[in-house]
Design a protein. Structure first.
Length: 160
């Protein structure tokens, strides 16, 4: 479960961290493990225009269209590449130690207008344009192995 939480946190750090370097690094799926997310974006996502902070601006993998501290959701980061997600500029903030609601730890206007702060397993807050919310709600992340540390048989054995 810890590994899954770390991977999911890395996914969203990938999607939104403001890490930069004066030297342009190679970019694209060749330098990352690709994770197919396969979300069907709602009609209108990405939005026609970004908000006042730049959240929701359409971007392309390795295109450098997002201004710091924003990050394109389609760029690879920490060895992770998301696929099947709308490419938009977003931002993330890692939760303070002991936080159970990272969005409560953000500034009042963290995501700006027309965007919602979403929680990733109580480890980070990230911004989603309201038009991109599926069923008007943030995605609820659940570790795939539900605590079996990757062994699906362990979950079956525990219930039998």
């Amino acid at each position: 479960m810890v590994r899954i939480a770390i991977v999911l946190a890395a996914l969203f750090l990938c999607a939104a961290s403001a890490c930069s370097s004066p030297v342009k690094k190679a970019c694209g799926p060749q330098d990352a493990g690709v994770f197919e997310v396969g979300l069907e974006a709602p009609v209108g996502c990405p939005p026609a225009e970004a908000n006042e902070l730049g959240i929701g601006k359409a971007c392309t993998m390795c295109g450098n269209e997002c201004e710091a501290p924003l990050r394109c959701t389609c760029d690879s980061y920490l060895g992770v590449q998301l696929a099947g997600v709308p490419c938009v500029c977003t931002k993330i903030q890692v939760a303070p130690t002991g936080s159970t609601d990272p969005c409560a730890s953000t500034a009042a206007n963290f995501c700006g207008t027309g965007s919602t702060c979403c929680n990733v397993l109580n480890t980070a807050a990230y911004c989603v344009p309201d038009i991109c919310l599926i069923n008007q709600a943030c995605i609820i992340f659940t570790p795939l192995d539900a605590g079996t540390d990757g062994d699906p048989d362990a979950a079956d054995a525990a219930t039998n």
